[in-house]
Ligand binder design. Structure first.
Ligand code: HEM
Length: 88
């Protein structure tokens, strides 16, 4: 089906680790936050800390209450899957 989410490995996530190509994962979902950078109330440097990685803990430490799921709905690119769970 057309709306199936792409599986993204930690390695692929790690490749999108800069301001011009920034992905991050929260609770198993991978978001492209490149276009959100200029809007982040905590600033670009803070958001950079979570880019290219599973940022769940970092995110929760800073603002667990923020409704990222709704805010980043259009930025969803896929689902984080451990390499061992993906076909070779
Ligand atoms: C505010 C850090 C990701 C949305 C802040 C602040 C920090 C911060 C330090 C406080 C700024 C201040 O009080 O002056 C981070 C870090 C992130 C991250 C380290 C990496 C994981 C995100 C994401 C979103 C987001 C993914 C949503 C899509 C917000 C919002 C605020 C905020 C809405 C204002 C919250 C409030 O005032 O209650 N962030 N942030 N942040 N951030 Fe993030």
């Amino acid at each position: 089906t057309g709306n199936k989410l792409k599986d993204i490995s930690p390695d692929e996530l790690a490749q999108h680790n800069n301001k011009n190509d920034a992905w991050l994962a929260i609770r198993g979902m991978v978001y492209n936050v490149t276009s959100y950078f200029e809007f982040h109330p905590g600033g670009e440097e803070e958001l950079m800390r979570g880019v290219g990685i599973d940022a769940t803990d970092l995110f929760d430490q800073v603002h667990k209450w923020v409704n990222y799921e709704s805010m980043l709905k259009k930025c969803l690119v896929g689902r984080l899957k451990a390499d061992s769970m993906l076909p070779p």
